[in-house]
Design a protein around this ligand. Sequence first.
Ligand SMILES: [Zn+2]
Length: 84
Amino acid sequence: MWKHLHTLGIASEPDCRKCGMEEETAQHVVCECPTIKTIRVRLYGETVLLHEKFMEGPLRKIARFALETRLSKLRNRGGTMGQA
Ligand SMILES: [Zn+2]
């Protein structure tokens, strides 16, 4: 989604806002981004996650993952954070 914004000329950087090393795609953030490796390991026991495995659920785990990685807050950069 971030990449699309970039294409439209709205965003200046397509890079991941967590690590800044790769394009910020869902695939990268969920499965590969090194900055949330510890969360991935804790929930799934793996440093790099297959997208299929993530989508397999259970939903409770996906929700937990999204919450801990703040995936739901990726879009409003610098917005309301810290309501843990
Ligand atoms: Zn990243």
